[in-house]
Structures are given as C-alpha cells and as structure tokens.
Design a protein around this ligand. Structure first.
Ligand code: NAP
Length: 281
C-alpha cells in the first residue's frame, strides 16, 4: 500500500485526508492518506524518520518554508516562492518539493470568475505564507501587477521587495491595510481582489477590507473556505465573489497528479470537501 500524509501544526481539522482518500479510491489506487501533527521542534525527527516511509506528503502551516531544508530538490515554483506544500519521494529515494497553492489559486480564479491571470492587476490582502505563494505564482504567470496590503506594513514591504528582486519588470506595491486612502488608490487599478489573511475564519470576524471600496467589476476571491463577511459585502456591492474551496481542491488535485502521474478526480474531491464542510456547520 502507498502511504501519503499531510503534516502541520495544528492539522487535526484538515480536509485533505478525506479529499485524497476519496480520490485514491476513485482511481483504484491502494493508498492511504493521514494527518500527522508535528509539534514545533519535531520537524527534523519527522523528516529523518516517518517521512522516509511516505510516498509523498503535503505540508501546511507552519512548515511550508522550513521543510525545504530537508529536501534533496525543489522544483522552480517552490524554489522561487520559498514555499513547499507537496513532497514526492522519487524512485531513487530522493525527495522533491513543489508548491501547488499558486496553481490552485490560478485554477480557482479561472473556474470561479473566468479570470486569466496574465495581464491582470491583483490586490492581495495579507503577507503570510498563503499571500506569498499567491504573489509569486501570479507574477510568474505574467500578472501585470501585484499590490499587497497587510496589517503589519513591514511584512508587506519585505514581501514586495523580494518580489521586485525576482520579477524586476513587474509592478509591485505594498501598503498598510489600515491606510484607506492608499487602499483606494490600489483598488482603482485592481482587476481582482485576493483575500489571504486569516480574518474571517471565526464567525464574528470583521471583514479585512472596507466595503465602500468594493466595486461591482472587481471579483473578490477569499481563500477562507466559508462565506465570510467580505464575501457578503462583495455580493452586496454587485461583485462576483468566491471562497477558498476551489483553491483547496485544485492545489490538492495538482499534488495528486504529481504523486500518481494520473488525472485527479476533481469532481469527487470537491464533493468530499463540500460535504465535510457542511457537516462542520
Ligand atoms: P499566516 O502565514 O499565518 O498569515 C496570516 C495573515 O493574516 C498575515 O498577513 C496576518 O497579518 C493576517 N492576519 C491575521 N490576523 C489578522 C487580523 N486580526 N487582522 C488583519 N490581518 C490579520 O497564514 P497563511 O498560511 O498565509 O493563511 C492565511 C489564510 O489563508 C488562512 O485562513 C488559511 O486557511 C487560508 N489558506 C487557504 C488556502 C486554500 O487552499 N484555500 C491555502 C492556504 C491558505 P500580520 O502579518 O499583520 O500578522
């Protein structure tokens, strides 16, 4: 039996085991996928022990950057973004790291809004791991510009500086999320708003974005898996809005394809995720 997993901390509520086990069953692959909660400080012992028994695994918060130190090779997307969410054990026993989050976002934008990334201007809220993977992928996929607004301005600036070094001809800006005047300037040229902060995870969370700046012709993609206040505000402003389910499904589908070399049963994966989320309500 092939063995797969997701590692992170905490990881107990991950939807990936249900999604991947259903996908393996659908293509008739004898494989098992489970979640391993790796306590802070235990990544090295995991990588030198259990990880070597796995055919592949996903990586989530807080190890997407740290895991790279233990891998033999990174594909170009993971190396550029400094983020790994998928590891494959190769036939010779070596380990290769990939980042499929940006691909998941790109597919989600296409399926949810019909938006192609090339030539578009993006306003990204947040400067954490998810924003990082998103921004690097958007620019690598020929986005015209990326602006980053974050609560902690120096994190947005640091990410913008890295992006400018990697993509010298792209247009990249950073702003403090609390500066509405600056946000209004960035919104003027934005074609799409991508929400990648953790604000909205809890039911009473406020929106991370002023509703008066939303526009009917600016689709809003919120990486959180549920109907957030921002999604509600976007709907009231007449804008298209989508939550993070499609991104989760497509980043998972890409991992599946990297591991198995087979097309992922995307419809089954989506159904399992939607059912699991409905049960959590
Ligand atoms: P992270 O690295 O911890 O970053 C969190 C981000 O949220 C930072 O920019 C942080 O700002 C901001 N933030 C946190 N609390 C805030 C608050 N009260 N007010 C304003 N900003 C706040 O987390 P991550 O890995 O980037 O994940 C972020 C979100 O994306 C999570 O909800 C996660 O579930 C989601 N996600 C979804 C997918 C998907 O497939 N749909 C994939 C990856 C992540 P500071 O820098 O100021 O702290």
């Amino acid at each position: 039996m092939e063995k797969y997993a997701i590692i992170g901390h905490p990881v107990g509520h991950s939807l990936s085991p249900a999604m991947h086990n259903a996908a393996f069953a659908e293509i008739g692959l004898d494989a098992d996928y489970r979640a391993f909660d790796v306590e802070p400080g235990n990544l090295e012992s995991f990588m030198e022990g259990l990880a070597k028994e796995l055919n592949g695994f996903n990586v989530t918060v807080p190890y997407k950057s740290a895991v790279a130190d233990y891998l033999d090779q990174l594909d170009v997307g993971a190396a550029t973004a400094g983020s790994v969410n998928t590891v494959k054990r190769m036939d010779d026993g070596s380990s290769q790291g990939y980042s499929t989050d940006g691909y998941g976002l790109e597919k989600a934008l296409e399926e949810s809004f019909g938006v192609k990334v090339a030539g578009k201007n993006f306003l990204v809220l947040g400067a954490g791991g998810a924003a990082r993977a998103a921004c690097f992928h958007l620019l690598a996929s020929s986005a015209a510009s990326v602006s980053i607004a974050n609560r902690t301005f120096n994190k947005a600036e640091a990410l913008a500086d890295e992006l400018k070094r990697q993509f010298p001809i792209a247009s990249v800006e950073a702003a403090p999320a609390s500066n509405s005047e600056k946000l209004a300037n960035l919104v003027e040229r934005a074609d799409v708003l991508v929400q990648s902060t953790s604000l909205g995870l809890r039911p009473d969370d406020p929106s991370p974005f002023p509703k008066e700046l939303l526009r009917a012709d600016m689709p809003v993609f919120d990486m959180i898996y549920k109907r957030t206040r921002l999604i509600e505000d976007a709907g009231k402003a007449g804008a298209l809005a989508a939550n993070g389910i499609e991104m989760l499904v497509h980043q998972g589908a890409k991992s599946f394809e990297i591991w198995t070399g087979k097309n992922a049963p995307v419809a089954t994966m989506r159904r399992v995720v939607e059912n699991a989320l409905a049960k959590m309500k």
